[in-house]
Design a protein around this ligand. Structure first.
Ligand SMILES: [Zn+2]
Length: 245
């Protein structure tokens, strides 16, 4: 992985105007992962591996500390907490097996972990039921009762739920939960943390801030946008201070 330049980041932000969180995650990885990682290869990474890479990118771009804000579900207080990227990266995020197996009620199911291609395919599903059926169709290689093959979507509902649970257990990095404790009422809860969404929000705020700086410097010095973006942060800041009213 390498750290994208400000100009590359602005390009990613520009291209990610409308797409979904899954597509934005791929744009972010595409600008930071080295050339040998093709778009197809990045899209085929299990979501936990994708999220581990996004956490690494986040640390490179905005530092290791993540300030998260949540609303206490018990008393509605606003609770702030700081997490470190290292604490959110699970040690075995790379170790997920490519083929997993679950056997119950005499049915043996072989499946793989969901990836970005699946998230993209699931985007237009009308409801959770349709999404689960499509995900099973995509991720289950083989389901059989003895010699008899089963359609993934015709599996018993309890078994479908167990497969979803086995997927989450096999790829915990994709299902990351933060630990919050409310200082007002002592309530503890674990909201899900979606690094793709979180990092995109940060990139959006960064891009607007950067464009304001470009605007200020261009108006004062009449430099081109590319030249301003190529300045080191420190030098850019020094010029901004010089032209502050
Ligand atoms: Zn509370």
């Amino acid at each position: 992985m390498h750290t994208p330049t400000p100009a590359q980041l602005l390009q990613v932000w520009e291209r990610g105007g409308d797409p979904s969180a899954a597509a934005r995650g791929l744009l972010l990885l595409g600008c930071s992962c080295d050339d040998e990682s093709s778009v197809e290869a990045l899209a085929a990474l299990p979501l936990g591996r994708r999220d581990a890479l996004l956490l690494e990118l986040r640390e490179r771009l905005f530092g290791a500390a993540i300030d998260a804000v949540a609303t206490c579900p018990h008393c509605a207080a606003t609770v702030e907490a700081t997490f470190r990227c290292d604490d959110l990266r699970l040690p075995d995020a790379d170790a997920a097996a490519s083929t997993l197996e679950h056997a119950a009620r005499g049915i043996r199911v072989q499946f793989r972990l969901p990836d970005s291609r699946d998230l993209l395919a699931l985007e237009n599903c009308g409801d959770a039921e349709a999404a689960r059926a499509l995900l099973l169709d995509r991720c289950v290689f083989d389901a059989r009762f003895g010699d008899e093959a089963h359609e993934p979507r015709s599996l018993p509902h309890e078994l479908q739920a167990e497969i979803a649970q086995a997927m989450a257990q096999a790829d915990p990095q994709a299902d990351l939960q933060l630990a919050f404790r409310c200082p007002d009422c002592d309530h503890e809860w674990q909201p899900l943390f979606d690094i793709a969404r979180f990092l995109w929000q940060e990139l959006h705020a960064w891009a607007l801030h950067m464009l304001r700086e470009v605007d200020t410097l261009a108006a004062t010095y009449h430099w081109a946008e590319a030249d301003i973006l190529a300045l080191s942060p420190r030098r850019r800041q020094a010029y901004l201070e010089l032209c502050a009213p």
